[in-house]
Design a protein around this ligand. Structure first.
Ligand code: FCA
Length: 318
């Protein structure tokens, strides 16, 4: 009988790691919650690990191997660590699936041999740009008088694709290209987005109205807060994020609407639960996950965020 060394026998307990780059971000907490659901349903042990640096990723992988895990899902703090992470997982004999941020090789090309689930970044960015444009039109704004803050993080391909497509959609709707202001953030959190947007606002006092987009809800919240700090309020700001976790939901729960107009809700259920299940099956049966899965998003505003979440099956982990 042929024994496949990479699958486990029925009696061996299955242990899977779930490594994330930014544990404080609600999106990643939601991914973990849904991964926990997978663990409970399938009966494996989930090991949640925060790895905010390359060093931490490497020790996380060694740690998983030492505690006899057979595989892990990872959203890396830096996609350029790709070849190193692949080599480490291989050396430790662990199966690996990536989520959200796809590993790249030394030339910046995606490492296609590692199973990956990400969002369809360009489509989602386009949804962001189109929804901003349609709200601006509804308000009767002249797009020539609108400044668009692009809270960018171009070193991360999924971020670049989201924001570039959002900008394209706005330009296609009639926004002059010169009105798109690049506001690069140093890190993908609200504080860094706030700082980036502040600079953009200071340098461009000529605009009457403002819109903002970025890779996630935190990026847009940073821009909205920076605008508020300058007296640019709900009436003169349309921000649309990507995510739909607590950062956005808490904003929608405020008694009065803010400049954070909407978000494209993506699925921590698919990214957390489904990826974990795929790695579980891989360990159990040897069936490798699909190499590329791109998930979709659904636009939501203050008015319908809860219904949209329900439709996407996202209320289970709350
Ligand atoms: C990236 C972002 C996260 C989330 C995820 C799907 O990792 O940093 O905020 O949008 O993609």
């Amino acid at each position: 009988m042929l024994i496949n060394a990479s699958t486990v026998t029925a009696s061996e307990p299955i242990k899977i790691g779930f490594v994330v780059k930014q544990p404080e971000e609600p999106w990643f907490q939601d991914e973990w919650k849904f991964a926990e659901i997978a663990a409970k349903e399938k009966g494996f042990t989930l090991v949640k690990i925060a790895a905010q640096s390359g060093e931490k990723v490497m020790s996380a992988i060694d740690n998983l191997s030492a505690q006899k895990a057979q595989g892990f899902v990872i959203c890396t703090p830096d996609v350029k660590l790709g070849p190193g992470i692949v080599a480490k997982a291989k050396a430790d004999g662990l199966k690996m699936m990536t989520v959200d941020d796809r590993l790249v090789d030394g030339a910046g090309k995606p490492i296609e041999s590692v199973p990956y689930m990400g969002i369809s970044a360009s489509n989602i960015g386009k949804q962001v740009g189109e929804s901003i444009a349609s709200e601006a039109k509804r308000r009767g704004w002249d797009l020539k008088e609108v400044g668009a803050i692009n809270v960018s993080f171009d070193q991360l391909p999924t971020s670049h694709d989201r924001t570039a497509s959002a900008a394209e959609a706005l330009v296609a709707a009639g926004l002059p290209r010169a009105n798109v202001i690049n506001a690069p953030e140093a890190k993908t959190d609200t504080e860094n987005a706030f700082n980036a947007a502040n600079i953009a606002l200071t340098k461009n006092p000529q605009f009457k109205h403002w819109v903002a987009f970025g890779l996630n809800d935190e990026a847009v919240l940073g821009a909205v807060r920076a605008a508020e700090g300058r007296g640019i309020n709900t009436q003169n700001m349309i921000g649309v994020g990507v995510g739909g976790s607590d950062s956005a939901l808490n904003e929608f729960k405020k008694p009065a609407p803010t400049g954070f107009f909407g978000t494209v809700i993506i699925s921590p259920k698919r990214h957390g639960q489904e990826t974990s299940e795929l790695v579980y099956e891989w360990i159990k049966t040897g069936k490798e996950p699909p190499l590329l899965t791109l998930t979709s998003g659904a636009l939501a505003t203050r008015a319908d965020a809860n219904q949209v979440r329900e439709k996407l099956g996202l209320t289970a982990a709350k």
